[in-house]
Design a protein around this ligand. Structure first.
Ligand SMILES: Nc1ncnc2c1ncn2[C@@H]1O[C@H](COP(=O)(O)OP(=O)(O)OP(=O)(O)O)[C@@H](O)[C@H]1O
Ligand SMILES: [Mg+2]
Length: 238
């Protein structure tokens, strides 16, 4: 089996705190993987290591075949990363934000224009292309953040709580985008605190105190007759 994300005993410590503890994870290309766990569980730390931004203390991981320790530059071409507080330029327009992020990669002008056009259509932002970002609603800003993170056509998109504080209709629309990307073979790695979003993932992993408690499909977790919320609570009480 060809896994696009594969970690082996991936570990990050801060002094005495083990933020991520011997994480072993395998994710297939085109899957939507949901990473669930309470505040401080180690979700963002894991993402930062998988993006090649943060060095692990122990263990390793391969992203799209590239080692996170010595091929982090290659990884940056393969991934898009929507951080928990993504940096949009408030005084620039939607189009200008996309152009700025595209300019960080080595892309031709034609590719950039084509990608931006497709993203504006996909995210239903075409008629807001010339709007100044600070005038946009929170939901539209989140959508634009996703657009900026995928303007270079990455194969994997990491999204750290992209739907936090977003209204239900905007969230539903964002999930339509994630499903569309997944159908195109793009892998989505997403963190969320919403259980109904976890239901929409192909696979989910529960992390608590830096330890991956279990990873499986939502259907398998619910085989015992429990809701995902009950499964979550049972892992957190162990
Ligand atoms: N730079 C840092 N220095 C020291 N401790 C850190 C640092 N970054 C994270 N931590 C600690 O590591 C643990 C994991 O943090 P992390 O941000 O990965 O959690 P999280 O699951 O993303 O939480 P949240 O749901 O609140 O975003 C926490 O205890 C946090 O305080
Ligand atoms: Mg976090």
């Amino acid at each position: 089996m060809d896994y696009i994300i594969e970690t082996q005993n991936l570990t990050k410590t801060y002094g005495k705190l083990i933020a991520v503890n011997k994480l072993n994870l395998k994710i297939k290309r085109g899957d939507i993987f949901g990473f669930l766990g309470p505040n401080g569980a180690g979700k963002s730390t894991t993402i930062r290591m998988l993006c090649g931004i943060l060095q692990p203390n122990e263990g390793t991981a391969k992203i799209n075949g590239f080692d996170i320790i010595n091929k982090s530059e290659k990884i940056k071409e393969s991934i898009g990363y929507v951080t928990q507080r993504f940096g949009l330029y408030d005084d620039l327009t939607v189009q200008e934000n996309l152009s700025f992020y595209a300019s960080l990669y080595n892309l031709s002008e034609d590719t950039i224009n084509n990608n931006i056009k497709n993203i504006l259509t996909l995210l239903k932002l075409t008629n807001r292309a010339n709007s100044i970002v600070k005038e946009l609603s929170g939901g539209l800003k989140q959508r634009l953040s996703i657009g900026c993170a995928m303007v270079h056509n990455p194969e994997i998109i990491f999204l750290d709580e992209p739907t936090a504080g977003v209204d239900p209709i905007s969230r539903k629309e964002m999930w339509e985008v994630f499903n569309h990307l997944s159908q195109q073979g793009i892998t989505i790695f997403i963190t969320t605190h919403y259980m109904e979003e976890a239901e929409r993932c192909n696979n989910i992993g529960f992390i608590f105190n830096g330890i991956l408690m279990a990873a499986d499909t939502p259907a398998n977790f619910k085989k015992s007759g429990k809701t995902l919320e009950a499964v979550y609570v049972s892992f957190m009480n162990q």
